[in-house]
Design a protein. Structure first.
Length: 202
């Protein structure tokens, strides 16, 4: 039974494609991450670099048509399948952008996109900025590596961590929990949110 816009059944083929994503393998795609809100396909973010990022597609854009097909008629899997074409094949996207009266038309050509799950930067020589764009199979290991590298760069003078999860499409739950447990006082094997979004246990 499908409970909400974030729950859906996938085929064996779609599962293999999802595994490529969490394994960090390069894929021929446009680089768009989507979320479904009230039946609408909304851009969560775009991988940088990727065809979608270079074209100027931004978070919050609504996909209304993909190759002439109404986006509201598509499941998430169908939408992602359409966004992964072949080289030298145009994918036409019709987008509604907030505050703009007219729809925007983008023609993207899929390219090889490598998704880096963790990126880091040292700010003011005292703060480690860590961006997690996807929770894949090696995210915990890459997170630890990012911390070590920023500590070395600051000569162990880090006094705080800025953890940026904006526009992350999610990923593997075990990787999420291991990251959460690094920041929570009490360790847990599960993470729950109440139906009203009012309770989180970690």
């Amino acid at each position: 039974m499908i409970m909400d816009d974030h729950s859906y059944l996938i085929t064996a083929r779609d599962y293999k494609e999802a595994q490529k994503l969490t394994q960090g393998k390069a894929m021929l795609e446009t680089g768009i991450d989507l979320v479904k809100k009230n039946g609408r396909l909304i851009v969560l973010g775009c991988v940088n670099p990727s065809p979608a990022f270079k074209a100027g597609i931004v978070p919050g854009d609504e996909l209304t048509m993909i190759n002439g097909k109404p986006a509201t008629d598509l499941t998430m899997q169908e939408a992602y399948a359409l966004l992964r074409g072949a080289r030298q094949t145009d994918i036409e996207l019709t987008i509604r952008r907030e505050m703009l009266p007219e729809l925007l038309i983008f023609k993207l050509v899929p390219d090889v996109v490598v998704r880096r799950d963790v990126q880091q930067e040292l700010l003011s020589n005292r703060y480690a900025y860590i961006r997690i764009s996807l929770f894949g199979e090696r995210t915990v290991a890459n997170f630890g590596k990012a911390i070590r590298e920023t500590e070395e760069a600051s000569k162990n003078q880090i006094i705080g961590i800025i953890l940026d999860l904006r526009n992350s499409p999610g990923g593997l739950l075990n990787q999420v929990l291991d990251i959460v447990n690094r920041f929570c006082r009490f360790r847990s094997n599960h993470l729950f949110r109440g139906a009203a979004g009012d309770e989180i246990f970690c």
